[in-house]
Design a protein around this ligand. Structure first.
Ligand code: ATR
Length: 496
C-alpha cells in the first residue's frame, strides 16, 4: 500500500469542513478535501490549507482512490438531500468495509435509515454529532459518533485526537467516545442542542431577574455577578460568554445587549427535542419551555400591544438582602440546570428503549465537557455519577446531586416566589421547580383527572392499592355512573 494514501477524506468545504480538515492535519492525519463546487477545493488548497499536508480531489472517484483502506469519508454538507446524494455517489465506488461518516446536522431518523441502507451494501455508516462551531472544529470539537459499531475501531484514533481534550485524573481525555447504535450520535447531538436551549434560557431568566424588574442592576453589574458565578458550581462556557456580552459596549458607551431586538431565532434542534419528548411521553418540560420562550419572544409586535393593555403588579423596589438574593439566584440556576440535565437523561433513557440502543451514559456527559457550547465543570459531576452507577435511574437519585438539590432548594423557592410577585417571567426556572415537586410526590392529582375522564367520557380508572372493595376490584378497568343518568358502558380503552 502506498504511504502517499491519505488517512481520511472530507467532503464539504464550508466553515465547519475547512476547519475540521485543518484540525485533523494539525493532529498528524493526511486529509483529502472535496467539494461539490470544485473551485472551492483549489481555493482552499491555495489559501487556508497552503503549506499543509492536505490534498485535493476534483471528483468522488479521485477522492476515494486517494484513501487508505478501509476508506473513511466524512461528510460536512447541508443536511438533507446533499447527504443522500453524496452517500449514493460514494457507495457506487466504495468497497465492502469502507466507512461513511456524516458529521453534519442530520436528523437522527435519517441516520437510522442511512445506516440500514449502507449496511445492506456491506458499507459502514456513522452519524456523528459535531459541536463547537467554527472554533471547535478548528481546535477541538465535541464529537458524538454512533452507528455501525465495526467502524469505531477504525475511526477512533482520528476522532479522539481531533476532538477537544479536557484534563482528567490520568492526563488529557478526549471529548469523543462511541455513543451507541444507529442514529444515536445524531440523537445525542439533538438532545445536546435542546439542553443548550435550556441553559441559555435559564441564564436569560437570571439576567432578567437581576435587571430592571428585579434588583435593578446594570449590565456591567450583572456581568460582575456572572464572573463570580463562573468560579463556582456554574463554571461554564455560557456563563463566561454571558459576562463578556454584558460588559460589551457600543461605540457610544451603551451596552450592546440593550440595543439588540428581543426576538430569538431558532434552527429547530430544540424543537426536535421537545417533539421527540412528547412522542416518547417523557416530561422534558424545561427544554419545551425554552423553545416556547423563543416563540413568545418572536411575537414582539403582539407583546408590545399587550404591554399597553395588560397590567402587571405594581413595581415595588427590592428591599431584602441583595447579596442573599444573588446567592439564592445562583442556587436557583444551578438546581434548574440539574433538573434540565436529569430530564435530558430521562429522554435519552426512553429513546434507548425505543430504538434499542445501549447508550454510553457516562461517556455522553464526558463528551460534552469540552469543545461544545454547553461545556461546563458540572458535566464532570454527571460523568462521575454515571461512572459510579452506569444504569442510574435518574440523576436526582445520585448522592452528589441529591445533596446539591437539597442545598439549593430554599433559595430556589425564594427566587421563584420573588419573580412571581414582581411579574418577571421564569418559564424554565419555574418549570424546573414544578417538575421537581411533581417528581418527588408519591401522590399527584391525576386521580381527579381520571375521575373527570370517566365522568365525561366513560374512560374508566383503576383503583388505588389498599382501597379495593366489592365494587372497586384490583386490576379492573372501573367505570362509575357518576350522575345516575349515564349508562354503565365504558369507552373502549385507547391511549392518547
Ligand atoms: P454552512 O451553513 O456552514 O454554509 P451548509 O449549508 O450546512 O454549511 O453546507 C454547505 C456545504 O454543503 C457546501 O460544501 C455545499 O457545497 P457547495 O460549496 O458546492 O455549495 C454543500 N452542499 C449544499 N447543498 C448541496 C447539494 N445539494 N449537493 C452537494 N453539496 C451541497
Amino acid at each position: 500500500m502506498s504511504s502517499d494514501l491519505a488517512d481520511i477524506g472530507l467532503i464539504g468545504l464550508a466553515v465547519m469542513g475547512q476547519n475540521l480538515i485543518l484540525n485533523m492535519n494539525d493532529k498528524g492525519f493526511k486529509v483529502v478535501a472535496y467539494n461539490r463546487t470544485t473551485s472551492k477545493v483549489d481555493a482552499f488548497l491555495a489559501n487556508e490549507a497552503k503549506g499543509t499536508n492536505v490534498v485535493g480531489a476534483h471528483s468522488i472517484k479521485e477522492l476515494v482512490s486517494k484513501l487508505k483502506t478501509p476508506r473513511k469519508v466524512v461528510l460536512l454538507v447541508q443536511a438533507g438531500a446533499a447527504v443522500d446524494s453524496f452517500i449514493d455517489q460514494l457507495s457506487a465506488v466504495m468497497e465492502k468495509g469502507d466507512i461513511i461518516i456524516d458529521g453534519g446536522n442530520s436528523h437522527y431518523p435519517d441516520s437510522i435509515r442511512r445506516t440500514a441502507e449502507l449496511e445492506a451494501k456491506g458499507l459502514l455508516f456513522v452519524g456523528s454529532g459535531v459541536s463547537g462551531g467554527e472554533e471547535g472544529a478548528r481546535y477541538g470539537p465535541s464529537m458524538m459518533p454512533g452507528g455501525s459499531a465495526a467502524a469505531w475501531p477504525e475511526i477512533k484514533e482520528i476522532f479522539q485526537k481531533t476532538a477537544a481534550q479536557v484534563p482528567g485524573p490520568n492526563g488529557d481525555e478526549p471529548c469523543c467516545d462511541w455513543v451507541g447504535g444507529t442514529g444515536s450520535g445524531h440523537y445525542v447531538k439533538m438532545v445536546h442542542n435542546g439542553i443548550e436551549y435550556g441553559d441559555m434560557q435559564l441564564i436569560a431568566e437570571a439576567y432578567d431577574i437581576l435587571q430592571v424588574r428585579g434588583l435593578d442592576l446594570s449590565p456591567s453589574e450583572i456581568a460582575d455577578i456572572f464572573i463570580k458565578w463562573n468560579t463556582g458550581v456554574l463554571d461554564s462556557f455560557l456563563i463566561q460568554i454571558t459576562s463578556e456580552i454584558l460588559k460589551y459596549n457600543d461605540d457610544d458607551g451603551v451596552p450592546m445587549v440593550q440595543k439588540i431586538l428581543d426576538k430569538a431565532g431558532q434552527k429547530g434542534t430544540g424543537k426536535w427535542t421537545a417533539i421527540n419528548a412528547l412522542d416518547l411521553g417523557t416530561p422534558v418540560t424545561l427544554i419545551g419551555e425554552a423553545v416556547f420562550a423563543r416563540c413568545l419572544s418572536a411575537i414582539k409586535d403582539e407583546r408590545t400591544r399587550a404591554s399597553k393593555v395588560l397590567p402587571g403588579p405594581e413595581k415595588v423596589p427590592f428591599t431584602g438582602d441583595k447579596q442573599q438574593f444573588i446567592d439564592d439566584l445562583e442556587q436557583a440556576l444551578y438546581a434548574s440546570k440539574i433538573i434540565s440535565y436529569a430530564q435530558g437523561y430521562m429522554l435519552m433513557r426512553e429513546a434507548a428503549k425505543e430504538y434499542k440502543w445501549e447508550l454510553n451514559n457516562a461517556g455522553i456527559a464526558a463528551m460534552w465537557r469540552g469543545g461544545c457550547i454547553i461545556k461546563s465543570v458540572f458535566l464532570g459531576d454527571i460523568t462521575k455519577a454515571f461512572q459510579k452507577t452506569p444504569d442510574l435511574e435518574n440523576l436526582l437519585f445520585d448522592d452528589f446531586f441529591k445533596a446539591a438539590i437539597a442545598k439549593a432548594q430554599p433559595g430556589w423557592r425564594r427566587v421563584v416566589a420573588q419573580a412571581t410577585i414582581s411579574g418577571t417571567p421564569i418559564p424554565c426556572t419555574g418549570a424546573a421547580l414544578s417538575f421537581f415537586d411533581g417528581y418527588r410526590s408519591e401522590t399527584v392529582p391525576a386521580n381527579l383527572l381520571q375521575a373527570q375522564r370517566d365522568y365525561f367520557g366513560a374512560h374508566t380508572f383503576k383503583v388505588l392499592p389498599g382501597k379495593e372493595n366489592a365494587r372497586l376490584k384490583a386490576g379492573e378497568d372501573i367505570h362509575v355512573n357518576w350522575t345516575g343518568r349515564g349508562g354503565n358502558i365504558s369507552a373502549s380503552t385507547y391511549n392518547a
